[in-house]
Design a protein around this ligand. Structure first.
Ligand code: C5P
Length: 220
């Protein structure tokens, strides 16, 4: 079974998707980490992120190993290195590169072949896995999302003003939603879940209940 979880940054997708996968015994696929890994590889090799062909070559040559909690490139653990504000900011160039998107989507499908997977991103239910059995679209108030991001950064020792985070978030949402290919939007058959007033535990419980119902009644 394929479970897709899409939605904007800060809606709680990542943690919920990872925990849901663990509860179900499914593999977890963090597709944002793939875009981040390509960005990191390019930064390391001084590749101009606006040079579409060079970035595509780098993506094709990238030896990526995605674990449930870790990301390795050519054997090097880059799990923390891809979460810096710089990589977050610069990943927009990679996300806007259609050839790279097509390549990463192929890798996503390869990852999911013959496996039970919870996959998380922006375009998983719409483009990567249009036939997924269970699709979710997680949303939350912009203010609440920025607050969550602020807490997340604080836990890593970075203090950032809420206003600044809100502004970055608005720009990211806009770019994600306006992309010509792989734009962030709910699939027509996705269930939208507003996580603003739910705890993480409540979100995971809700997702798990729906997936288990689906597993018990395939085809409904
Ligand atoms: O979700 P996360 O913040 O890790 O995403 C990293 C980058 O990859 C962002 O720029 C996001 O827009 C992009 N992305 C994407 N398609 C996906 C997942 C992430 O364009 N399926």
């Amino acid at each position: 079974m394929i479970v897709t979880i899409d939605g904007p940054a800060g809606a709680g997708k990542s943690t919920a998707a990872r925990c849901l996968a663990r509860r179900l015994g499914f593999r977890f696929l963090d597709t944002g980490a793939m875009y981040r890994a390509v960005t990191w590889v390019c930064c390391q090799a001084d590749i101009d992120l606006t040079d579409a062909n060079a970035v595509l070559d780098a993506a094709r040559g990238m030896q990526l190993d995605l674990g449930d909690d870790t990301v390795h490139v050519a054997g090097r653990d880059i799990s923390a290195a891809i979460r810096t504000p710089e990589i977050t900011r610069e990943s927009r160039h990679v996300a806007a590169n259609n050839a790279v998107r097509a390549h990463l989507i192929e890798r996503q499908r390869e990852f999911a072949r013959d496996r039970n997977v919870v996959t998380e991103g922006r375009d998983q239910g719409t483009i990567a896995f249009p036939h997924a059995e269970c699709k979710f679209y997680l949303v939350a108030d912009p203010q609440e999302r920025a607050l969550r991001r602020q807490r997340e950064l604080a836990a890593r020792g970075q203090q950032v003003a809420l206003e600044e985070l809100l502004q970055q978030q608005t720009h990211r949402d806009q770019r994600d939603a306006e992309r010509e290919f792989g734009a962030m939007r709910p699939a027509t058959d996705a269930r939208e879940i507003d996580t603003s007033n739910l705890t993480l535990e409540q979100v995971i419980d809700k997702l798990e209940r729906i997936v288990r119902e689906r597993l018990a009644n395939p085809g409904h």
